[in-house]
Design a protein around this ligand. Structure first.
Ligand SMILES: [Zn+2]
Length: 376
């Protein structure tokens, strides 16, 4: 088996309050399967499948992914996903990639994760949607079992994404319901946000709402508050995939001295007061231009503004391969930018634990596990 790729965060261990961030129990809510494949695995599987690669080694391939993703060109960025998805067309490949995905999370100190992916992109070589979901579940099961034996236990569930630009969302919603008690806990819409609103997928979203099945939608990343409105009204989303542009519904009103007052729009007030979790992904949000209105440095990210105002903020990776990141690294970047202490980091994890799509008993267990881990 290929060795795990060295991630930037493992070269120089990041700390908060003297504690290695990696050792703290963490929750990952927004993490794409096809964006979190090991470069070494893509290299190996592409070789086996005769898929031509732009580079000669696994190490160079890792760099290629990061360069393409940082190139400011959407076409170059999408090429990276074309490549990972192209090696994820067999049950064996999906099982292996899901297993390694969970291993990498466990090694990063994640104790619970929800992995999202779009089954409709994995049927090119003849897999059925059901076989694809089962193959991913098999990989998750294997890794969970191994994690128990290693003493770094992790639990992971699936979120099935349908493509916004596609026309298979009803089928994918039905698929998610079919696997409801078999590892699938949520539904998502991914793909181009602008021009493809949730209202295009009303049948799927009505079906899920009628079955009381949890939904999180990408919204407030590539489009603004109207997209978030659509996710909440048409999608009945319980969480927002990024949702960072909710900050556009806040108006900063300067008063005397350096005291800053903020006026809330009705939408922002709803999202904050109803504690709709924001699946923020700092490095990715910078890379995709989601926070361009605020600036282009991590310090410009409205993460801290939203946190200080009482929004339910969570920290996520989005695409670990393309952003060359880990959950530890994302937290480390925020700690450095905003001078957070360990209690802040604990709060982000408690927010995420409470926002998981687990039944409430399991959420309470997770909250206890995290609290105990931070206490130690
Ligand atoms: Zn995403």
């Amino acid at each position: 088996m290929a060795r795990p790729q060295k991630s930037p965060s493992t070269r120089r261990e990041a700390h908060v309050g003297g504690v290695p961030i990696r050792s703290l129990p963490k929750v990952s809510l927004h993490d794409h399967l096809d964006g979190g494949v090991r470069a070494s695995t893509v290299f190996e599987l592409a070789g086996e499948a005769g898929i031509s690669l732009p580079v000669q080694s696994a190490r160079e391939l890792g760099e290629w992914f990061a360069e393409q993703a940082a190139s400011d060109s959407l076409v170059d960025y999408l090429k990276t996903f074309e490549l990972t998805v192209s090696v994820m067309q067999s049950a064996d490949a999906l099982t292996r990639i899901a297993r390694e995905f969970v291993e990498d999370l466990a090694n990063d100190g994640v104790v619970y994760g929800e992995v999202r992916w779009a089954p409709e992109q994995h049927t090119d070589a003849g897999l059925t949607l059901e076989d694809a979901v089962q193959a991913v579940q098999d990989g998750i099961d294997e890794a969970e079992e191994a994690s128990d034996a290693s003493g770094r236990s992790i639990r992971v569930n699936q979120i099935l994404s349908a493509l916004r630009q596609g026309d298979r969302s009803y089928e994918i919603a039905q698929l998610a319901l079919d696997f409801r008690d078999e590892g699938v806990v949520g539904f998502d819409l991914a793909g181009p946000e602008d021009g493809f609103p949730p209202s295009r997928h009303r049948d799927a979203l009505d079906l899920l709402a009628g079955e009381f099945f949890p939904v999180t939608l990408h919204a407030g990343e590539a489009a603004g508050p109207d997209s978030i409105r659509g996710a909440l009204l048409d999608g009945r989303a319980l969480r927002l995939g990024h949702g960072v542009r909710i900050a556009e519904d806040l108006e900063q009103v300067e008063t005397e001295g350096d005291e800053v007052h903020v006026r809330f729009g009705d939408l922002a007030r709803w999202v904050r007061d109803r504690e709709v979790a924001l699946e923020l992904s700092p490095t990715s949000n910078l890379g995709t231009g989601a926070i361009a209105a605020w600036g282009d440095r991590i310090e410009d990210h409205p993460f801290d503004l939203l946190y200080q105002l009482g929004f339910c903020v969570t920290v996520n990776t989005d695409n670990r391969l393309m952003s060359r990141t880990t959950l530890t690294r994302e937290i480390a970047r925020l700690v450095e930018a905003f001078d957070y202490d360990i209690d802040d980091v604990l709060q982000f994890q408690l927010n995420a634990a409470a926002a998981t799509f687990l039944p409430v008993e399991q959420r309470e267990e997770l909250i206890d596990l995290i609290t105990d881990g931070f206490d130690r």
